[in-house]
Structure formats: C-alpha cells, structure tokens
Design a protein around this ligand. Structure first.
Ligand code: C2E
Ligand code: MG
Ligand code: MG
Length: 716
C-alpha cells in the first residue's frame, strides 16, 4: 500500500445501492482525531501506512514515516518506554489478542507526547504478520489524571499528617473515615480499628448522654457545629475533653449524606481552666473552698433550706491556741496544723456540707439539710471532739481546742453576709466562755444546747447505775380482763424530777444510749412478766417498745435473743412495739430484721398506727400480729364524727387483715364503748389503768379488774 492511496479521492456521487467502501473508509480514517497505521513487526516498527492524522499527532507528515523513511516508529518512541511497549505488543501478538498500551513519543518539534496505541496483529495480503491499529493523543487525559493524583496526594497528606482529628460519620453514628490523629486522640491503634470499634458514637463516645443528639440538632439547625466541646471516653475508658468543628454534607437533592469535621484535644486547656478556677475559689494551703466560693455555697444553701424547709447552719470556727503554736513552733508547724484541722473537719461533714477556710485559723462549716437543732448540736460535738484529738507537730504531741459560733438560717439571717456576721459574734461568745465549746447566735438555742448536754450526761450516769425505772400499763379485753401489759420506761432526774420519755428517748437515740436503755428496760420487764405469769392461770403478754434507731446499726437481733433466752418468759408471750418510722431509710434492712425477730417466736405490734404514713402495703406484707391505734385517733372520737369514722375504718382494716387491734389512750367510757362496739380487741388507757410501778401492777393483777357497767353488749 502506498501513501498516495490514502489521499482523499474525488469521486462522483454513487449510484443508488452501491457503496464505495474504500472511499468511506478513507474519509473516516483521515478525519479521525488520531492516526491509523499498519506497521511491520520488526525491530524498528517500520510503518507501511499511516493516515493523515500523523501530522497532528507527531508533527511528521505521513511521507516522512512510511516505508524506508529515515525515521522509524521505534525512533519516535521514547527510549524509556521502548522495551515495555515491545514486550506488551509481542505478548499480545503471541496470544492472538488485541492490545492497548500508553507511552511517550517525541514529536518532530522535540516535544513529549503521550499516545494510546490500540492494535491487533493481522496477516497482510501476502500472508505476513503485520500490525494494524490506531493511535490517539492522550496527553490531556494524562495531564488531568496526573493533576488529580497530585491533588489527591496533597489532600491525603493533609488528612494523614494533620494534628487535628478528621472524621466523616454517618447520621446514625458510625465512622466512614478517620485519620491517624483521630485514632491517636481517641486511643485507637489505627484509623481502621477506630472505625471498626467505635460503632455507636452516641453511647460509646460521649460521656454525657444526649450529647450526640445535641450535635445532630445543631447540625439540623445550622448545617454546622462550631467549637462543640464534650467529654469523651477513649478506647481504654479514660476520659478526655475535645472540641469539634463539623458540617453536614448533602447530595445534589439536599439529602444528608454524612457529617465531616475535625476534632481537637482540649484536655490541657480544660484542666488549665479548672486549675485557674480552683485557684480563684480555693485556699491554696488546705485546698478548701475560700471566702468567694463559700459565699456562693451559702447562697445555694439558703435557697435549698427554704425549698426543703430545713435549717442551714453557718458555723464559724476559730482555733483556740493556734497563735501559740504558730509563734513558738514556726509557720511550718502552723501550716501542718491547719492542714490537719482541714482534713479532720472534712471527715466530720456530709457530702452536701461545705468546709471553707477564710484565712489564718478561721474556718467555716456549712451544714445543710438538718431539720432539727438537736442533730446540728450532735454534729458540732463531733467536730469539737475531732479537733480536740491529740496531734503530733515537730515531734511533740499537742491538743488544741476550737470555739464555734453558729448562725441558723432562716432565723438568724437570710443572706450570706448576715449569717457570717452572726456566726462570728456567736464565735466570740464561745471564746469568752473558754475553749472547746460552741455557741448559737440565739440565746434560747444556747439554753437548749446546754440543757441537752446536761441531760445526756445525767441519762448516761443513770443507765450506768441501772437507775431507770419501768412502769407497767395494763391492756384489757372487752370484758376488762387484763390480757397484757406494756412496759414504759421512767426516769426520775435527781434535780428535775420525773422526765417524760418523749423528752429523753430522743436524747438516748442520738447519743448512742438507746441500746443500753432498751436492754435495761427489757431485762427488768422480762423478769417481772415471768413472775406475774407464774401466779396466773391465763397468760399475760408483755409489750416492750423498740426505737426505730435500734434497727439502723449494731446487732439488735442477737442482743434481744440473748436477753430472751436468759429470761424464763416464753417468747410467745413477748410483743415488740415498733413504729412506722422503722421503714424510713434502709427499709429493706428493717424488714429483714423484723423477719429475724419473728423467727425468735415473739409477736410484733405496729405502735401509733394512724399517725405515720400508714401504708397499706406495710400492713399486708409485714409479719405484724398487732396494730395499736394511736391515742390521737381515740381522744375525742366520741365528739368528732371524723375521728370516729377513721377509728372505725382502721379497726375494720385490722380485722380484715386478721390482726389483733388494740386501742391506746382510752380515757373514758364513751370511747371504750364505741371501740368495743366496733370490734376492737384490746384496750389500754387511763380509764382502765394508768402506768403503774411493778408493785402497783402486781396489786392490780391480784385485785382483778372491776366489772364495767356498759351501754353496749360486748361482742363475741
Ligand atoms: P407509746 O409506746 O405509744 O406508749 C403509750 C404512751 O401513752 C405512754 O406514754 C403512756 O403513758 C401514754 N398513755 C397511756 N394511756 C394513756 C391515756 O389514756 N391518756 C394519755 N394521755 N396517755 C396515755 P409514756 O409512758 O410517756 O411514753 C411515751 C412514749 O415513749 C411511748 O409511746 C413510747 O413510744 C416511748 N417509750 C416509753 N418507754 C419506752 C421504752 O422502754 N423504750 C422505747 N424505745 N420507747 C419507750
Ligand atoms: Mg408503745
Ligand atoms: Mg403508742
């Protein structure tokens, strides 16, 4: 084939039906972008034919390349690509396949040009193998791809080497992409392990629940989040503060695809911030809150006290001989002392309380959630005892005292400044009374506190000397026959005379004397009841009161069991009276202990029924045998229809639960008759008998109960 053959021939229009194939092919071949060719399979890739496109592609005219021209295709092919191209084409020829290969040529003007050569080996007219194919200019594609590759490389490098974490996450909370920095911040070995391991961002990443929701809400609202600060869990469970900047990525239709953003580890900044805050609000020596934070806490305490109806106590503390220690042992020892006092004070308060240091040897306690002055007094005494414990300074043992001044909110002030001033005044009063004591701002409370202290000491002495007395009050049935007796403790104070149990039982409860008191009463009452039962044909039940406080600590059941087995009274004749307040606090423990008491064989009575919260579920589920209707429901029931109605309801409730129903505080015949008519089983009260000393009750038993005239017939 010669070059001349390839020149477009001018031909007339073809007659119908006849196609000038050669001409069509010619036109096609010479008008394509690129170069059609046929070449030999020789060492120089000599061209037999090239199309017109040759000029545009290589800068050479077809004539310069074909046949025995000086320049072969091998020459044009750049040397670094030659071997590869040849190997590629020869392999295709051997296997009879088409080939496609990209390589560089040098154009006539010396420029590099990328070409894509596509071809196939065919047999020519003489049966020899030649290659036919097509070459096109792919320089611009190559350039574009290369530019893309470079860009991708650049971005990848930013992604891989950024010090900020970079992520893409799905709206439902799993990772599409993460960079090494993110893996490092979150504590994962690699981005891959992060993506695989952290599959529920909302629950597994954020410490605060609902944080992911907030993130998504902000995204929905603004399309982005900025400086979104959160505490997160790292892979090993440790915590870290991060800040996120992110935006939502949407498709062409506005459909949310994923979130994309960056993460910064801000732990250092956070802890620095916290440190600054601490420094501003805390005393550096002891680490306690300082005056600024204290004022804040007092404010909160006042609001809380008002809301809950509790007292807030502001207690000003001044150490008694601090100046002496500081001057004689030096500031180092002084500092040690202050730190020790701070730590002891902290041990005396509850979680919600505050211990602050105002400076020097002045501390302030903020005691919250007290609803009785007595419990504040209790706590202050613990504070004094703690401070007074000996301590070692510079190798020597010291004991120091403190003067405490107390102001109570609301009565002594309703703002921080007033409360502190009044507590300070009270503290000076304490100082002037000598060391190691406390004074209330209000004189009346000081009297109460002092009196209480005296009473407690006297009660302790009386119990130690077994000086408490027990009186006995009869319980009678509807025919006024004595069926039981309640033991009631009595205390004859040497100076003050008889003191009511309502006054000294709370003191015993708060000062750890309730157990010894109970033991003393029970021991005596068991002995007395045994003696009475010896002389009777019908059994006489003994009822003893148990304070709710007994259920909170110590080996209650063990101690009672020991006393019962020491005595000779059958346990079936013993009743323990408890009140509903047993269930305040650790009610599970109380229920367990009651079960254990029942196992001793005794009976259980619910005292003062109708005054507490009287939950029906207690009545139904507890191992109770007896319900004692409180005096407040009995007193006046003959005049007040409401009371009568409640009493009636309680009695029928007790009956339906198959409990023995006892009415206490029966003072007149009308009450007795009404209660008896309603079906109450037993009666206790001044009408029948006052509490009597042991001898008196023995006499009552011997004389027998007088017959009662009654307007009602007793019920079966
Ligand atoms: P309580 O167990 O409900 O005892 C009944 C109280 O009502 C007794 O008061 C009794 O004297 C009084 N009372 C009985 N009948 C009448 C009446 O007709 N009219 C009036 N106005 N009062 C009557 P007391 O002896 O002053 O005891 C008061 C509370 O002290 C007792 O209430 C009980 O809760 C507690 N208590 C008494 N002794 C002990 C004890 O040994 N241990 C414990 N933990 N508490 C005791
Ligand atoms: Mg009782
Ligand atoms: Mg009672």
């Amino acid at each position: 084939m010669s070059v001349t053959l390839l020149r477009p021939r001018r031909t007339s229009l073809l007659s119908s039906g006849e196609l000038d194939r050669a001409r069509v092919l010619d036109t096609l071949v010479n008008n394509l972008d690129g170069m059609a060719y046929r070449c030999l399979l020789d060492a120089r890739w000599r061209m037999i034919f090239v199309s017109q496109g040759c000029l545009a592609l290589t800068g050479y005219s077809p004539a310069e390349l074909v046949q025995d021209a000086a320049i072969s295709w091998e020459d044009i092919t750049q040397s670094q690509d030659r071997a590869r191209v040849r190997a590629h084409i020869e392999a295709a020829v051997r296997s009879g396949q088409r080939f496609a290969v990209e390589y560089r040529i040098t154009t006539k003007s010396g420029q590099t040009q990328w070409v894509l050569e596509r071809g196939v080996a065919v047999a020519d007219e003489r049966g020899e193998t030649v290659i036919e194919g097509f070459m096109s200019d792919v320089s611009s594609q190559r350039e574009m791809l290369e530019a893309l590759r470079q860009a991708e490389l650049r971005y990848r490098s930013i992604f891989e080497h950024a010090s900020e974490g970079i992520f893409q996450t799905t709206p439902d909370g799993s990772y599409l992409a993460a960079n090494p920095a993110l893996a490092r911040i979150y504590g994962y070995a690699s981005p891959e392990t992060l993506i695989a391991g952290l599959d529920d961002i909302g629950r597994r990443l954020y410490v605060k629940s609902g944080q992911r929701e907030r993130f998504r809400q902000l995204m929905a609202l603004h399309g982005e989040v900025l400086n979104f600060e959160s505490e997160i869990y790292r892979a090993d469970g440790s915590r870290l503060w991060i800040s996120e900047n992110a935006h939502a990525v949407r498709d062409a239709h506005g459909q949310l695809l994923y979130y994309e953003g960056t993460v910064q580890d801000i732990s250092e900044r956070k802890s620095y911030q916290e440190q600054l805050e601490r420094q501003a609000n805390h005393d550096m020596l002891t680490g306690l809150p300082n005056r600024i934070l204290l004022a804040d806490r007092i404010g909160q305490g006042i609001a809380r006290a008002a809301r809950l109806g509790y007292f807030l106590a502001v207690v000003f503390i001044d150490l008694d001989n601090f100046k002496f220690i500081n001057d004689s042992l030096g500031h180092g020892a002084g500092d040690e002392l202050l730190k020790e006092v701070a730590s002891r004070l902290r041990q005396c308060v509850r979680h919600s309380d505050t211990v602050a240091r105002l400076g020097g040897d002045e501390f302030v306690l903020l005691l919250t959630d007290h609803y009785r002055v007595q419990s504040i007094i209790q706590q202050l005494r613990r504070v004094l005892a703690e401070i007074a414990r000996p301590l070692k300074l510079a190798g020597r043992e010291f004991q120091i005292g403190a003067s405490l001044g107390v102001a109570l909110c609301p009565q002594d002030g309703a703002d921080a400044a007033t409360l502190l001033r009044h507590a300070d005044i009270a503290m000076y009063a304490a100082k002037s009374r000598g060391r190691n004591n406390f004074q209330f701002f209000t004189a009346e409370l000081n009297r109460v506190a002092a009196e209480r202290l005296d009473l407690e000491a006297a009660l302790r002495r009386t119990i130690e000397q077994d000086g408490l007395d027990v009186h006995y009050q009869a319980k009678m049935d509807h025919r006024r026959r004595i069926v039981g007796v309640e033991a009631l403790v009595r205390w004859q104070h040497p100076d003050l005379g008889a003191i009511s149990p309502d006054r000294f039982i709370p003191i015993a409860e708060e000062s750890g004397l309730i157990m010894p008191l109970t033991v003393a009463v029970l021991r005596r009452a068991l002995a007395a009841a045994h003696e009475w039962n010896q002389r009777r044909s019908t059994p006489l039940h003994l009822a003893v009161n148990l304070s709710p406080r007994l259920f909170q600590s110590g080996d209650l059941v063990g101690q009672l069991a020991a006393l019962i087995s020491e005595s000779q009274l059958p346990p079936g004749l013993l009743e323990f009276e408890i009140t509903e307040s047993v269930f305040i606090g650790d009610s599970e423990r109380a229920v367990r202990l009651l079960g254990q008491l029942k196992d001793l064989g005794v009976l259980l009575a619910l005292d003062d029924f109708g005054t507490g919260y009287s939950s029906l579920s207690y009545l139904r589920n507890l191992p109770l045998d007896i319900i004692k209707i409180d005096r407040s429901l009995v007193t006046g029931l003959e005049h007040e229809e409401d009371l009568a109605m409640i009493a009636r309801a309680v009695i029928s409730l007790g009956q339906s639960l198959r409990k023995t129903v006892v009415a206490e505080g029966v003072e007149n015949q009308a009450q007795f008759d009404f209660l008896r008519y309603q079906g109450c089983h037993e009666f206790q009260g001044y009408l029948l008998s006052r509490p009597l000393p042991q001898d008196g009750f023995t006499a009552l038993l011997e004389q027998g109960a007088p017959a009662t005239p009654s307007s009602f017939q007793p019920l079966g």
